[in-house]
Design a protein around this ligand. Structure first.
Ligand code: MGD
Ligand code: MGD
Ligand code: SF4
Ligand code: MO
Length: 734
């Protein structure tokens, strides 16, 4: 039996795995105990990579929609010819702005995919670049811009004595808050070391069970709760005075803005005991090293930028930034070497630059263009209308808020192209679906997770880990599948464009050496390995050395320490941003009771389920185990009050729309909270198939009435809904 080490790319977590191959086909995946960072960790999804690769509905040929509406296979070269021709015609008639790109989940695991697709769009002359980031945690980028950066980075989980998680669940999402390389082991080790953990989540999650202080607030009230933690930290003299004096501005403004947020006031808003708020503040402020990290929940709830901003302010007031002389645990591996300095980098604009949108006054932002407005840009006629959309590893019909509007937009496009492994909800509306190779059929790098560490506090690797994997498997016999980057290279060639790649150069927490844009040879197509060489040409650890360690390695042989600040360093971290504190004053002005919507007594919150990955995985039987839907989780007391038993059907209605649901009991929830995963369901005509496909929570979300004024993210968590019992499940049309 042929067993090889590799990188799992079912999700973004990059676990080190062992793949058993039979005649070039993957037949079994297990955790790789020889991997020094992941140490054998995998999840159920990763172990189903063979099923994903051999899935009967996997597209082995690209598809073209026929005049009759069905799909016919088309050769990948022919598909590129036709798409290039159509794009050339649209650009000639309507200009490059008529072409937009939407990058989603599965553009992440393939390192060349993002640089090539963006390089192609820019070479075409369009700036209409959209990603799932503005539907995810856009508050992080906005808050980082408005607060400024500490050029020595923050403390990492493995060295900290206190940690706070606000609306994320890294034991299930493996996404951030705890390093992705075996988070459960790291958490156990940290607890054994004596780390204090604070968790804030309306659901007592898997990670909350390890908390020393667990707060279960009403959803959407994180700004009030965090402002109150700041209030207590200031009132009780727990501020790191020296750090604030030397490196921070805006303290007085912040102090004034959090003054109304007494624990009693915040208790009224959040439903958390005032004494528990005080305890959380004291525990968080007591440690010397540690961080607060927020996740998708509060970013999708109202005022996500403010939540992330207050969290950064809390980290800053507690002095939670790495100081001169301290060792940097992750100096980089596939990224350029860190050059950390104990000094601040001043704030930047959070929005108001770059490409302007035609709707709701949106502009470019630190998190990118507002994806929630792309459907409007497609539907709104006139100068600048988007007429062609290319979706890379993404699924707007499953993921975008306001399903009804999204569907209209997809239908009205002149050209919809998706790069997708199956005829997803979106791909089944596309003019062309480009069939890609799957992860084990292409080389890979552990780069996406390393990038995160450089971008956001409390995310990514806490050590200089890297792994390279060659392609291990061959695509099924007779397949005509290509890599995502090859599609954009092919389009570029056909359109006579010179592609330049912009290797991800994140707005770094730890200062890094600059990297140049990369010119692509448009005459001779490079191999994926040659592309990787170019992308990481400035890595701290040369790719050749990474390749010598097929099980991955931690390259901690060159420890570095934080340098003293430059003699003329004068920039400061900003904790008194006027826009953010203005939003906080709005919260205070709403009063000590959280606003409620009459007739909508429940708040729908977002969540992740272990065995699916956004809209992927729900067609793999070994993962769904006979339940391929997303239950509507409610507290047993709520079930009883509504006269419901687990398995009963309900109709869930928001001010925007309605879906059906099948209820399940979840004693770990706060009462009044409905917890449901996204990425399920289809259009209203298939609502009756609930038990087979689940329901689409995005139908309940309104992009035009309650949204962030900058990133456009609508209220996607803490959404007011009503729930009503159904005697039987209607055939369609919730
Ligand atoms: N209501 C609500 N909406 C949400 C969220 C929520 O919590 N609630 N979460 C938001 C978040 S955080 C995100 S990131 C977005 C996700 O938004 P999207 O990225 O738009 O959605 P996904 O469902 O992840 O789509 C991934 C697509 O990639 C395809 N695919 C699988 N493997 C491959 C591959 O190897 N190559 C290629 N090319 N394609 C592949 C899948 O078939 C699928 O169609 O959704 C957002 N939407
Ligand atoms: N298994 C699995 N893993 C995944 C994904 C998946 O679909 N399945 N998706 C991936 C993606 S795209 C992303 S972006 C990451 C996300 O990673 P995380 O951010 O860790 O996502 P969740 O596990 O949904 O955790 C969000 C938590 O926020 C809570 N919450 C909801 N509303 C509020 C609120 O208003 N305030 C507070 N304080 N909490 C709230 C929810 O109860 C939930 O526990 O996960 C990734 N990993
Ligand atoms: S957590 Fe993600 S990368 Fe790790 S095994 Fe599961 S699916 Fe694969
Ligand atoms: Mo996400």
């Amino acid at each position: 039996m042929d067993v090889r080490p590799s990188i799992c790319r079912f999700c973004h977590a990059n676990c080190g795995i062992l793949v058993e191959l039979d005649d070039g086909r993957p037949i079994r995946v297990t955790g790789d105990r020889e991997n020094p960072a992941y140490a054998g960790f995998t999840c159920a999804k990763g172990r189903q990579l063979p099923a994903q690769h051999a899935h009967p509905e996997r597209l082995l040929q690209s598809q073209k929609r026929s005049a009759a509406g069905g799909y016919e296979p088309i050769g990948s070269d022919r598909a590129m010819d036709e798409v290039a021709q159509k794009i050339a015609a649209l650009v000639a008639e309507h200009g490059p702005r008529s072409v937009a790109l939407y990058l989603g989940t599965y553009s992440g695991p393939h390192p060349a995919s993002i640089p090539f697709s963006i390089g192609w769009l820019l070479a075409l002359g369009s700036r209409m670049l959209f990603t799932s980031s503005t539907l995810d945690q856009p508050g992080k980028s906005i808050a980082n811009a408005l607060h400024g950066r500490w050029l020595a980075g923050s403390y990492v989980f493995d060295e900290s004595d206190v940690w706070m998680l606000v609306g994320n669940n890294p034991l299930v999402s493996i996404a951030g808050g705890i390093p992705p390389a075996n988070p459960s082991r790291r958490l156990r080790e940290a607890k054994a070391r004596g780390m204090s953990l604070v968790v804030i989540d309306p659901r007592r999650t898997e990670v909350a069970r390890f908390a020393d202080v667990y707060l279960q607030p009403r959803p959407g009230e994180d700004p009030a709760l965090l402002a109150s933690l700041l209030h207590v930290v200031i009132r009780e003299g727990l501020v790191d005075q020296a750090f604030v004096r030397d490196h921070v501005q805006g303290f007085e403004a912040l102090e004034e803005a959090v003054a109304p947020f007494t624990p009693a006031f915040a208790s009224g808003r959040t439903g958390v005991e005032a004494s528990e708020i005080e305890r959380a503040a004291r525990v968080f402020a007591s440690g010397r090293r540690g961080c607060g990290v927020a996740g998708t929940g509060p970013n999708m709830a109202p005022r996500g930028n403010l939540t992330e901003y207050l969290l950064l302010a809390l980290n800053t007031l507690c002095g939670r930034w790495r100081r001169a002389g301290e060792r940097v645990p992750n100096p980089g591996a596939l990224l350029p070497g860190a050059v950390p300095k104990a000094q601040a980098q001043a704030p930047k604009l959070g929005w108001g630059f770059g490409q302007k949108l035609r709707v709701r006054g949106f502009t470019g932002t630190a998190a990118g263009l507002p994806t929630s407005a792309l459907a409007d840009e497609i539907l709104m006629e006139g100068e600048g209308q988007v007429r062609a959309l290319i979706c890379v590893g993404s699924n707007p019909m499953a993921a975008w808020p306001d399903q009804t509007k999204t569907e209209r937009a997809m239908h009205s496009l002149d050209l919809l192209v998706t790069l997708d492994t199956k005829l997803s909800e979106t791909s089944s509306l596309a003019n062309y679906v480009i069939a890609p190779k799957l992860s084990l059929e292409v080389p890979g790098l552990s780069l996406s997770m390393e990038n995160l560490e450089q971008t956001y506090v409390g995310m990514g690797y806490s050590e200089p880990y890297a792994q390279y994997t060659p392609a291990l498997a061959s695509p099924p016999a007779g397949a005509d599948v290509i890599e995502e980057w090859e599609f954009f290279y092919g389009l570029g060639q056909r359109l006579g464009l010179d592609l330049r790649l912009f290797p991800v150069r994140p707005e770094t927490g730890v200062l890094r050496e600059a990297r140049e844009a990369i010119d692509v040879d448009m005459k001779r197509r490079p191999s994926t390995d040659e592309v990787f060489e170019q992308l990481v040409a400035h890595s701290r650890v040369p790719l050749a050395r990474v390749r010598e360690h097929p099980h991955g390695a931690i390259f901690d042989d060159a420890p570095i320490a934080v340098a003293e600040a430059d003699a003329d360093a004068s920039e400061r971290l900003e904790v008194g941003d006027a826009t953010m504190l203005g939003e906080l004053r709005d919260v205070a002005a709403e009063g000590a009771c959280a606003p409620e919507v009459p007739g909508r007594p429940f708040l729908l919150v977002s969540r992740r389920m272990p065995n699916v990955y956004n809209s992927s995985g729900r067609d793999i039987e070994a993962l769904t185990k006979g339940k391929p839907y997303n239950p509507a989780y409610l507290h047993p007391d709520d079930l009883a009050a509504l006269g419901l038993a687990p398995g009963d059907f309900v109709r869930i209605e928001s001010d925007r729309g309605a879906i059906f649901g099948v209820v399940a009991a979840a004693p770990e929830l706060r009462c009044g909270v409905l917890s449901m995963a996204h990425g399920f369901g289809a259009g209203p005509s298939r609502d009756g198939e609930l038990l087979r496909i689940g329901s689409h929570t995005g139908r309940l979300i309104d992009t035009e009435s309650d949204y962030d004024p900058y990133t456009g993210i609508p209220r996607m968590s803490a959404v007011p809904v009503s729930i009503e019992r159904l005697e039987a499940l209607p055939a369609s049309g919730a």
